[in-house]
Design a protein around this ligand. Structure first.
Ligand SMILES: Nc1ncnc2c1ncn2[C@@H]1O[C@H](COP(=O)(O)OP(=O)(O)OP(=O)(O)O)[C@@H](O)[C@H]1O
Ligand SMILES: [Mg+2]
Length: 329
């Protein structure tokens, strides 16, 4: 076990809170253990629950450089690990034309070397550090300074592509056939995030500490809102968190995320609201929910009309509502 960047789960929670990230106890615990055990964290959970932000906040809290590999369908070795700079290699071959030709002949060989020797030498030269383009995984392994490696939305890559990551995740090394194995001099903290859109391979899961990040409870969501929006009243932040909780309990197709709660709270502040009144709830539904059936279901359950006027226009026009506060929220 290493000395670690954190003295305990409480220290994780405190230092992340200083960075505006409010971790639940299970997440703080997972970060502490991952650091001590030098294991990657696999953070899974619904959209907008702070999985990506966790890695960013840990990087800020520890003064580490953040290196991010954004995953997508079709991501390959050349974009995840490394690739050779073919253009530069070609230029080198052309520039070295007087001594190195792409068509070696007796006249182009330095005295004493055979065609075979020459090509071996050319190969060694062209496949050296000078021509290597390090992509995020290799960058993280080669970094000499402390690094947080974020492999974001890993469930978007094909299962075969996950295999590219296994060597990094378990041994903190990358094998480059032409150069040999590159070992990490400083073990990076690694965060993988997933929305759980598909099952990840057992091989990948086995190498990670699993951390499920769920929606926060209303009290923590209120605090998150207050951390993001200095100046918002505790009462308004609490009311937003409470409406969001009600919506999440309705079994909607897409429950509102923390980021959507933040958007709504920001909007209420812009409108100069001090409490969540009827108009606020109407606008809230339009900001928090993203499909028609969810809007109708939530509006019916809350006994509200869904306001059809675009929220942006209302914000631009400013608060003109004389609606009374909603008792239910
Ligand atoms: N615990 C938290 N503390 C502070 N801010 C949070 C927290 N959880 C979420 N947020 C905020 O919510 C927003 C969304 O977070 P983030 O992008 O990390 O979510 P995510 O889980 O990665 O979502 P997705 O699955 O869509 O990528 C960000 O603005 C983030 O700062
Ligand atoms: Mg994310």
């Amino acid at each position: 076990m290493n000395a670690g960047r954190f003295s305990g789960p409480g220290d994780v929670a405190d230092r992340l809170a200083e960075q505006g990230y409010l971790a639940d106890p299970a997440t703080a615990n997972a970060v502490f253990l991952a650091d001590r055990l030098e294991k990657p964290i696999l953070a899974e959970g619904p959209a907008g629950t702070g999985k990506t932000e966790l890695a960013k906040a840990v990087a800020r809290a520890t003064g580490a450089r953040l290196i991010r590999l954004q995953c997508y369908e079709g991501l390959d070795e050349a974009k995840a690990l490394y690739e050779w700079n073919y253009k530069k290699q070609l230029l080198r071959i052309q520039a070295g034309g007087s001594s190195v030709s792409t068509q070696p002949s007796v006249s182009t060989q330095p005295s004493g070397s055979t065609g075979g020797d020459l090509w071996e030498q050319v190969g060694q030269d062209l496949f050296s550090e000078d021509f290597l383009l390090a992509r995020p995984l290799l960058q993280a392994i080669r970094a000499t300074e402390p690094v947080v490696l974020l492999i974001d939305e890993v469930d978007r890559v094909e299962v075969e592509t996950e295999a590219l990551m296994l060597e990094v995740l378990s041994d903190y090394q990358v094998s480059v056939p032409e150069l040999g194995t590159v070992h990490a001099s400083t073990i990076p903290m690694v965060f993988l995030t997933s929305n759980g859109t598909r099952q990840l391979s057992e091989a990948l899961k086995r190498r990670c500490l699993f951390c499920y990040i769920d929606y926060p409870d209303p009290a923590r969501e209120r605090d998150i809102i207050m951390a993001h929006l200095p100046g918002i009243s505790e009462r308004l932040a609490g009311a937003v968190a409470e409406v969001v909780r009600l919506l999440r309990e309705m079994g909607l197709k897409k429950s509102p995320s923390v980021s959507e709660a933040l958007d709504w709270a920001r909007m209420l502040m812009l409108l100069g609201r001090e409490e969540v009144d009827d108009a606020g709830v109407d606008e809230g539904l339009a900001v928090l929910l993203k499909n028609k059936s969810d809007l109708d279901k939530a509006a019916a359950a809350l006994g509200r009309q869904v306001r059809r006027e675009p929220v942006g226009r209302r914000v631009a026009r400013g608060s003109d509502s004389s609606d009374s506060p909603v008792e239910a929220v």
